[in-house]
Write a protein that binds this ligand. Structure first.
Ligand SMILES: Cc1cc2nc3c(=O)[nH]c(=O)nc-3n(C[C@H](O)[C@H](O)[C@H](O)COP(=O)(O)OP(=O)(O)OC[C@H]3O[C@@H](n4cnc5c(N)ncnc54)[C@H](O)[C@@H]3O)c2cc1C
Length: 462
């Protein structure tokens, strides 16, 4: 198989020319660098890593893979569990192809290839704009938008998928498809939420928003932190419940059960955000100040820098995974049960000390778009959003078990009460990721049309 792949790679190289870099030497530093991922869970070593530097080279590579039946996965930022493949296949790594153009007059931007979330945020801010972006600066922006895209500005902008205006996609046969409302409305519907399963998107046009929509002219968000000892979890949860449910004040953020370095003392940390008139932020968080936190800080931060403090979580390597479930409400008693599960986790698996069990809220509902799409998250403003992070392979199973247990506690048994997130999971019933009548059936029929062989994952086929 290895020799068959190398002769096929030689064909690709002669078709495209010497400018196409193909890495095959697994012990070389450059190969190892490009094989790194955010998580080592399930990470495999590919037969080759191909680094096209133009849309034409990407297309030639997909065509070659299709004609020679070589399995592949695209890779943009490498911040998922899924841009990995064993040595029977290759990675089409888009690192050398990236860009952004901002069209301020038409309030849109064109994203190319592997452009990262932070690069998008900075380019937009330079022009006085922002858009829906998540918590991870080095996350690939295009996959983020294609997979739904939960954002710190969801109540103002809608989800990432709601920003998508049009796309250029290479399909399973290697054809470039212009995905616009006029030419391919059904495919556009599907790319807005299920876009990682239908083709390789080389370009995405997205909606952008002027700073004024943040409620202040500076383009700033109030970002704050409150730290309490874990023994005070009940007081904090009871104070947070009405705060999180109060949609008259634009609060959002994460309530985290964790043991931050260097002291590693178990804490409840509130990573707080506030949008609008920033002078009102402290008043909105008065219930937390009143509890007397060990640490309380906060102030305006330019919107493009709001995730900078979370940079350490985005580093590559170790066993990491998100445990995510969308919820309809916050339940204090369940949260306190989850605190006990976290304690068990760090006691039984000391290598999992970086793990944080997080409850995420936005006091205001997501902004609904004026169109239908595959994305079905608009009824949700609460999430359990755990970040598990550990190092000892012997604890792999136990860490997953306790993560799953905490998710089960928060969501309860009733399926109508929760939803799965397509950017967070690819297992479990697909109806929990794409809810709504006929949605899964429509996606399955589009998958059959555009990718019947499962070149871009077997999702929606099996
Ligand atoms: C620290 C951190 C914070 C995060 N925060 C958020 C958040 O706030 N909100 C949120 O919604 N998500 C968040 N995510 C999840 C993240 O948005 C998704 O995992 C996203 O798909 C990662 O994109 P990537 O390019 O970095 O990863 P990759 O692993 O490179 O790609 C992700 C998937 O998309 C496929 N793919 C890559 N490029 C393309 C392409 N051009 N066309 C089609 N398919 C492609 C890959 O094969 C893979 O299956 C976060 C992840 C991390 C690690």
């Amino acid at each position: 198989m290895a020799s068959q792949l190398s002769s096929l790679l030689a064909d690709l190289s002669s078709q495209v020319g010497p400018s196409l870099e193909i890495l095959t030497q697994k012990e070389d530093d450059r190969f190892r660098e490009f094989a790194k991922r955010w998580t080592d869970i399930g990470r495999e070593i590919p037969g080759a890593i191909i680094l096209p530097e133009s849309e034409e080279q990407i297309q030639q590579t997909v065509r070659w893979a299709a004609h020679s039946s070589v399995p592949f996965v695209p890779r943009s930022g490498g911040h998922s569990e899924w841009s990995t493949i064993g040595d029977h296949g290759v990675i089409i790594d888009l690192s050398k192809y990236k860009g952004i153009e901002v069209d301020a007059a038409n309030k849109k931007a064109t994203l190319r290839g592997s452009i990262l979330s932070k690069q998008v945020a900075v380019a937009l801010a330079d022009a006085g704009f922002f858009t829906a972006l998540g918590n991870g600066n080095p996350v690939g922006a295009i996959p983020y938008f294609l997979g739904g895209g939960a954002s710190i500005t969801t109540s103002i902008t809608g989800f990432g998928a709601d920003q998508i205006l049009s796309a250029r996609m290479i399909d399973a046969t290697g054809e470039i498809i212009e995905v616009t409302e006029e030419k391919e409305p059904e495919l556009l519907w599907a790319l807005r939420g299920a876009g990682q399963f239908l083709g390789l998107v080389t370009e995405l046009d997205i909606k952008i928003h002027p700073f004024s929509e943040l409620g202040n002219a500076q383009g700033a968000i109030w970002v704050g932190g409150f730290v309490f000892p874990l023994e005070r979890a009940e007081d904090v949860a009871r104070a947070m419940k009405p705060l999180m449910d109060d949609s008259t004040k634009a609060t959002a953020g994460l309530m985290m059960i964790m043991a931050p370095p260097p002291a590693r003392k178990p804490c409840v940390v509130i990573a707080a955000r506030f949008t609008g008139d920033l002078d009102k932020a402290q008043n909105a968080y008065k219930p937390l100040y009143d509890l007397g936190p060990i640490v309380a800080n906060g102030g305006p931060v330019p919107v493009q820098n709001t995730s900078d403090a979370r940079e350490a979580l985005a580093a590559k390597g170790d066993f990491k995974r998100f445990g995510v479930v969308g919820l309809r409400r916050f339940d204090v008693e369940k949260f306190l049960q989850v605190v006990e599960v976290w304690k068990t986790l760090v006691e039984e698996c000391p290598d999992a000390i970086n793990t944080a069990f997080n409850f995420q809220w936005d006091s205001r509902p997501p902004k609904a778009p004026s169109f239908e799409s595959a994305n079905s998250l608009h009824d949700l403003r609460y999430w359990q959003n755990n970040l598990i992070w550990h190092t000892d392979p012997a604890n792999r199973q136990r860490v997953d078990e306790l993560n799953d247990k905490s998710i089960e506690i928060m969501r309860g048994p009733n399926r109508a009460e929760y939803a799965d997130f397509q950017n967070g999971t690819r297992t479990g019933p697909i109806e929990l990721r794409f809810r709504g009548e006929g949605k899964v059936e429509k996606l399955k029929s589009l998958k059959k049309k555009w990718d019947p062989q499962g070149v871009f994952t077997r999702q929606l086929l099996d």
